[in-house]
Design a protein around this ligand. Structure first.
Ligand SMILES: *Cc1c(COP(=O)(O)O)cnc(C)c1O
Length: 428
């Protein structure tokens, strides 16, 4: 049965960034609990990824399951056009409570990429309402903002897998990415490229967009809080709205509830997603200021031109509500701190490894950057054989475990990462 299923999967079903021909089998997961995934052969493996930053409280969590079940009994879905409901209202109340004070209006969307589309549309509609012709976005290299067309137009043009669309995507403006890392000594030279570009293009830039502190899928880099602080200042100086993409960094992952807290700044538009529902359902949100929202409403269009079918889905809102309730109990702070201490302790020695160029840790994110690209499929099998789920990319082996992970399991992850460096699953 299992073989048949896997054969069907391989033949007919696309997986993220994979070819549908000549691919190796995927691993068949039959259930998940806490930090463990159970494979169809009965093997239990420790999940080092928390399903791409999202499953922060672990799989199959009683409270999150209960929140969903309770909501199912009332109403799983209802259209958001002309109708509202308690799960969305409570969620938005909570979101306004935990995000910066200047943010006041919320758009609920269905995924991170769609949140980015909406944030970019907001800035375009804002300038349109003011009768100002501004259509460019300024961002930094090595960024990642999702896979839809607006999102890829501000994701790294060389680094990304979207080169083939170059003829059709918007041509935006890319500053050099910051090179001074999170713990290094700050120097204003890091800002030079950004500063020059924003000054030179101030009349065409509709908005600035970037990931705060952590550049995720674009290379897992942690930059200096002063960079973001200065970006905020420059956006103020030139009166350009700042879009902060906290889709990966939000909800505690970096050690702060939102990574922009490291810089004590707030965007004019904030995108959140991924861990918003603690990995239970897809949901994202775009928050903005009353000022921007009001100006959009004064425009000819008068409304924000967006409205997904599943907008404000009650199940997703209900489970996001429970997630935020859990976060407000504040256990995450200690959990993430402990993960950071442990990752630093266990990964540090690897920086001397001949295949490693850099090791870095921030909050519950541990990154081993290698000198050579990794043979992904082979490395994956190695990790599985050692009962760990890690999905490296390019030359990066990284872990973003669930906050509930225990010390021993985390040690196991870092030990297997260390062992993986001594395999020959690298392209020299
Ligand atoms: C994952 C991610 C997105 C896209 O979110 P999806 O839900 O995958 O569409 C956007 N921005 C950042 C920073 C992300 O990490």
């Amino acid at each position: 049965m299992k073989e048949k299923d896997l054969f069907f999967d391989k033949k007919h079903i696309w997986h993220p960034y994979e070819s549908i021909t000549n691919t190796n089998n995927c691993f068949l997961v039959t259930s998940a609990k806490g930090i463990f995934l159970k494979l169809s052969n009965g093997q239990k493996i420790i999940d080092g990824m928390s399903s791409w930053w999202s499953v922060i409280h672990g799989y199959n969590h009683k409270r999150l399951n209960l929140a969903l079940n309770k909501q199912i009994k009332k109403m799983s879905h209802v259209m958001f056009g002309g109708i509202t409901h308690k799960p969305a209202i409570s969620l938005c109340r909570k979101l306004l409570e935990i995000t910066p004070k200047n943010l006041d209006c919320i758009f609920l969307a269905d995924s991170g990429s769609v949140a980015i589309e909406i944030a970019m549309k907001m800035t375009l509609q804002y300038w349109n309402a003011l009768n100002v012709n501004k259509t460019k976005f300024l961002t930094i290299k090595n960024g990642y903002h999702g896979d839809t067309f607006f999102a890829i137009s501000v994701s790294d043009p060389l680094n990304s897998k979207h080169k083939i669309y170059n003829n059709v995507i918007l041509k935006n403006i890319f500053a050099e990415s910051p090179v001074i890392s999170f713990d290094d000594i700050w120097n204003n030279t890091d800002l030079k490229s950004f500063e020059e570009l924003i000054c030179k293009n101030q009349h065409s830039i509709a908005g600035v967009i970037l990931e705060p502190i952590v550049q995720g899928a674009g290379g897992m880099k942690f930059y200096h809080p002063n960079y973001l602080k200065n970006v905020r200042k420059l956006c103020n100086l030139y009166n350009i709205p700042l879009i902060i993409d906290e889709i990966a960094t939000g909800f505690g992952r970096t050690g702060k509830l939102f990574a922009s807290e490291y810089s004590n700044i707030s965007g004019d538009i904030l995108c959140i997603g991924k861990a918003l529902t603690a990995g239970m359902l897809t949901l994202s949100a775009v928050l903005t200021t009353r000022y921007i929202a009001d100006i959009i409403s004064c425009s000819k269009a008068q409304c924000l031109m967006h409205g997904p079918t599943y907008m404000g889905n009650p199940l997703a809102c209900a489970v996001a509500n429970e997630n935020i309730k859990m976060l407000k109990e504040n256990k995450w702070k200690k959990q993430v701190k402990n993960i950071e201490i442990e990752l630093k302790k266990n990964l540090k020695s690897l920086s001397n490894h001949p295949k490693v160029s850099n090791v870095r840790v921030l909050g519950a994110i541990g990154v081993v950057e290698c000198l050579y690209p990794i043979k992904i499929k082979k490395m994956q099998s190695f990790f599985i054989k050692n009962h760990i789920w890690i999905k490296p990319f390019k030359n990066l082996i990284y872990t973003t475990p669930a906050y509930i992970i225990d010390k021993d399991s985390l040690k196991k992850i870092t030990k297997v990462i260390a062992l993986s460096l001594d395999t020959d699953n690298f392209i020299y």
